[in-house]
Structure formats: structure tokens, C-alpha cells
Design a protein around this ligand. Structure first.
Ligand SMILES: Nc1ncnc2c1ncn2[C@@H]1O[C@H](COP(=O)(O)OP(=O)(O)OP(=O)(O)O)[C@@H](O)[C@H]1O
Ligand SMILES: [Mg+2]
Length: 382
């Protein structure tokens, strides 16, 4: 996607040689403090100026960059050169989304690059770069609802069309079991077990139904303790658990049983990633915190919902497989031989129904799923 606009969209304060106005902060210091990578290229695409964020972004110091041109960092067929040329020749501000800067020195994907001319220095181009993957992650969270919706309709059809004949098949297999040979009995048992497996799957999908949820004050620490106990007496018996709780955390405005379901799915995934990696020191950390300032727009209104409660599940497993990361919360996406891929889709659906948000922060050895949840405003009785 490309957008072009008037050239005054990006004002390059401070590179011109105006005398400094007293009592104003030093523009060079401002540019250096700007947390957005910004750089200035001359007409030969040599680096004339980079701010601190740009040094970090490119992983190269300003001193080194002053000896280089952009062509030393990215191949000459990279679309960024077209953008720069368009800025130069049209005297326009151009922004290009979803760019990739790929070379042996650099690996940046999903970058938004904005370019603007610097009228005082003809041929020079100011570039601002931003990693749009974080924004996209948030975007994705907000589209999970529709993914979950498509499952909702399917769940209803499946429940109706599959469950009834399935119980017939299961019953028939059971009847046959008493009259067949031992060898054939293995087959009837197989039919019964597989029918049970399909029924369980359909039961899980029914959880996506659009029932209005009953919400009230939920003590999330009790929910977490309940989930930890279930995990430690079952699928996560060999894993160490740590808790970092904020004891003064207000109650969540939510549905207790659904929040148990959400956390159980997250803890189960965490345990499976550790066990799957044959980790000797597997650890799951359950955390709660109060975070002022997280707000989310409510679709279709001007209202912004406050989500001050953070509940997170972190594990020291190998992280999320690269290939499924873009569709992590979609139904039926799984890297496990026996996984149905419904766990995270259900998590996304329930948290959406709560008006909350799921965030994933994942790197090798540290995978964290963070829930941002609304707070109960009235005094809880729980
Ligand atoms: N903590 C985690 N660490 C690494 N990968 C994870 C983690 N949580 C989820 N994943 C990845 O996301 C995929 C989808 O998870 P999800 O819970 O939706 O399905 P599943 O666990 O495969 O199957 P199900 O939950 O239905 O039994 C998993 O298969 C796994 O690859
Ligand atoms: Mg799962």
C-alpha cells in the first residue's frame, strides 16, 4: 500500500541553519531523543544524519554510517530506492508500508518507511522508519473475532449434523463388539474411540456459541490457583510454577468459568511447549499486574475501554513456530500431531467477548501470552 501527500506532511525541524530560539530545546537533541528511527540521505544516498533510534534500528553506529551509503546496506533493487527517487523527483512526501530491508547486514520486515524532501538541501531525503509488526499484531487481535465467528456458525451445524449420526455409529459399534471375533473387536473398539474423539471435538467447538455471557466480579488469583492445581495434578506435573501476583489487584469484570477455560488453555500450551522441547528446567510463570493507560477503542463508538488488569502466562519453551505465527489465533492452526488448534481461537473469542485483548510476546526461551482485562468497578462481594 502506498500513500502520497503534500510535501509539508513531514517537517524537518532543526536541520536548517536558523539561529536557535532561546528557551526552546535544542532541535538536534530533540531529534536524537525521538524514539522513531530518522535519517537524512544526501543526493548520492549517503548518510548525512541518523538519530539514536536509527542507529539502534539499523544496528550500526552513526560514525560508521557516516562512511556509508544506503546502497551499502540494502541491494539496489530494493523498493526503498524507488521511494527515495519518487520523493526526489516529485518533491513529495511518500509513505510505503510493509517493506522489507533484507541484506547480509540487515533483516527487517513489515517496515513502514516515510520519505520527504528537504527543500533547503535539494536532492536530500529525510526517511522515517517504523516497525509496523507491533501495530499489525494488534490489528490481528481485533480480527480474531471474525475468525471465531466463522467457527460459531460451523459449530452449530456440526453439533446438529454430526452428533446424532455419531451416537448411532458408536452404538452400532458397541453392539457389534459382543458378537464379533477378538480380531474384529479391535476394529469396533477403534470405531468407538474415534467416534468419541469426534464427539469431544464437536463439544469443544460448541463452546464458540454466541451465548450472552454472565459477568461479575472475579478474583483472578483464585482462578489462577485453580488452574495451577489442575495443571500440577495432571498435564504439568513435572513443571515448576512461579507466581508473581499483585496482591492489591482489583477484581476482573468477567465470567469465572470462561476465564478458567482461557487460562487452562494457555497453561496447557505452555506445558506442551516445554514438554515437547524435552526441557529439563521447565518453568511456567503466572503473573498479574495493574497497568494504567491501556485503552482500546470499542468498535462502532467513540468510547475507549480501559483495560488496566494484566494477567500473563510465560514459559521457557522454544517459542511459537515461525510458520504459524501469522495465523496463531485462527481455528485449526496447530503444530502438534494431535492438536485440534482450537485452544487459542477459543482464548481469543472469550477475551474478545470480555472486551479485552490478548498479546503475545515470544522469543526463544521466553513465550508470554498477556491478557488485558477490564476491571470490576463496583465493590466486589467475592
Ligand atoms: N506457549 C507456547 N509456546 C510455543 N508455541 C505455542 C504456545 N502456545 C501456542 N503455541 C503454538 O500455537 C499453536 C496453536 O495453539 P492452540 O492452543 O490453538 O492449539 P493446539 O494446542 O495445537 O491444540 P488444542 O489446544 O486444540 O489441543 C500450537 O500448536 C503451538 O504450535
Ligand atoms: Mg492448545
Amino acid at each position: 500500500m502506498k500513500t502520497a501527500g503534500a510535501r509539508d506532511t513531514l517537517k524537518v525541524v532543526g536541520i536548517r541553519a536558523d539561529p536557535p530560539i532561546p528557551a526552546r530545546p535544542d532541535p538536534a537533541a530533540l531529534l536524537s531523543a525521538l524514539p522513531i528511527p530518522m535519517l537524512l540521505l544526501d543526493r548520492a544516498n549517503r548518510f548525512r544524519f541518523v538519530n539514536h533510534a536509527a542507529e539502534q534500528f539499523l544496528g550500526i553506529s552513526a560514525a560508521q554510517l557516516s562512511q556509508l551509503s544506503l546502497a551499502d546496506l540494502v541491494p539496489s533493487d530494493n523498493p526503498i530506492f524507488q521511494l527515495i527517487e519518487q520523493v526526489r523527483s516529485g518533491d513529495l512526501t511518500i509513505s510505503d508500508h510493509d517493506m522489507t530491508l533484507e541484506s547480509p547486514r540487515l533483516h527487517k520486515t513489515a517496515i513502514t518507511v516515510q520519505g520527504a524532501p528537504l527543500p533547503e538541501e535539494p536532492g536530500s531525503v529525510v526517511l522515517v522508519m517504523q516497525d509496523s509488526s507491533a501495530a499489525r499484531a494488534l490489528d490481528r487481535q481485533l480480527t480474531f473475532r471474525s475468525a471465531a465467528r466463522s467457527v460459531t456458525g460451523m459449530a452449530a451445524i456440526l453439533a446438529h449434523e454430526v452428533k446424532n449420526p455419531l451416537s448411532g455409529i458408536r452404538g452400532a459399534a458397541q453392539l457389534l463388539e459382543s458378537s464379533v471375533t477378538a480380531a474384529d473387536r479391535e476394529l469396533t473398539v477403534l470405531i468407538r474411540d474415534e467416534a468419541d474423539r469426534i464427539r469431544d471435538l464437536v463439544d469443544r467447538m460448541e463452546a464458540f456459541g454466541e451465548k450472552p455471557i454472565e459477568r461479575g466480579a472475579v478474583n483472578i488469583h483464585r482462578v489462577l490457583e485453580h488452574v495451577r492445581l489442575l495443571a500440577q495434578t495432571g498435564f504439568a506435573a513435572s513443571i515448576r510454577f512461579s507466581e508473581i501476583y499483585d496482591p492489591s489487584l482489583p477484581h476482573v469484570y468477567g465470567n469465572r468459568d470462561q476465564l478458567v477455560q482461557v487460562l487452562l488453555n494457555l497453561v496447557k500450551n505452555a506445558a506442551e511447549s516445554i514438554v515437547g522441547a524435552d526441557h529439563i528446567y521447565g518453568e511456567i510463570v503466572l503473573m498479574t499486574a495493574f497497568q494504567q493507560g491501556m485503552r482500546l477503542a470499542v468498535p462502532g463508538s467513540d468510547h475507549r475501554m480501559h483495560l488496566p488488569l494484566v494477567v500473563s502466562v510465560r514459559d521457557n519453551g522454544p517459542g511459537i513456530p515461525e510458520d504459524i505465527r501469522p495465523n496463531l489465533f485462527d481455528p485449526f492452526v496447530s503444530s502438534k500431531a494431535t492438536g485440534s488448534g482450537l485452544g487459542l481461537a477459543l482464548v481469543a473469542k472469550i477475551i474478545n467477548d470480555h472486551g479485552g485483548l490478548v498479546e503475545v510476546d515470544d522469543r526463544p526461551g521466553r513465550t508470554e501470552f498477556r491478557l488485558h482485562l477490564p476491571m470490576m468497578v463496583e465493590d466486589p462481594t467475592d
